[in-house]
Write a protein that binds this ligand. Sequence first.
Ligand code: HEM
Length: 96
Amino acid sequence: MTLIPVHMLLGFVLVLSLWALATLAARAGVAPALVMLTFVWGVAVTVLGMSQDRLLIGGFNWMTKMLHLTGGLVAMGQAEWLAGRIMQARAPALQR
Ligand code: HEM
């Protein structure tokens, strides 16, 4: 039995959660460029993840693995960062 499908499912959940946060960020008034970057990053992480089995066949395996891992970790960092931006954007409204 392989855990890869479970891993892929969790990866999709991460990307969908990131997009949900990006939508909340857009509604909170966070800069559109930052919101778009998060959407594009989510697409890149998914595409790279889905092509892992094909990309891992040739040489430069380690590079593909590093890119995939880094892309995922950066996506997690982006979620933290977006949450911070949403709090900042909402802070003046909350103080009123
Ligand atoms: C939509 C999201 C994702 C998809 C579709 C996906 C897909 C995959 C697949 C298919 C593999 C197996 C490659 C093989 O055949 O050996 C893999 C491996 C791996 N993934 Fe993901 N992944 C996703 C997200 C993530 C995230 C968010 C992280 C980390 C933060 C991550 C870290 C890893 C690592 C460390 C491996 C092992 C690489 C190796 O040594 O072979 N992935 N992923």
